[in-house]
Design a protein around this ligand. Sequence first.
Ligand code: ZN
Ligand code: ZN
Length: 160
Amino acid sequence: MKQSNSNPNPNERGARGRGPDGSPHARAETVGDRMTPVRRRVLEILREAPRALGAYDVLERLKDEGRSAQPPTAYRALDFLVRNGLAHRVERLNAFVACGHPGTEHTPSFLICRGCDTVAEARIAARGGRLAKAAADTGFQIEKSAMEAVGLCSECRDGQ
Ligand SMILES: [Zn+2]
Ligand SMILES: [Zn+2]
């Protein structure tokens, strides 16, 4: 996904940005401090959704709620949530889900149902997996990894 940096928004603080008044206290900021109403709402939308949502699905919800949201608004909010571990991007679906267990170090692992498009996040520790071990054996340092499995959820299997 292409990020637009060409829309300077005075209210938008950069990833390593300063406080609202340029104060040097930015490093003490927590994610909660940077949760703008839009970011908070986008996270809620993801949590409420039964399946992964694309950026435009999120944008449509915001518009339905009367927010004058432009595509960069949705993209930036989603990017913020992903960067801070509150949501994940499901590459296969080019869509986003709220993280099922934020605040814990884990490898995002998704069970994607091809019948109903639901996405369940499995819990897999970030360290100790086979991939981590294989990487460690070769001196490779993993910075980011994700697992995506496609199949049928129990409900769709029952319905067959
Ligand atoms: Zn997660
Ligand atoms: Zn299903």
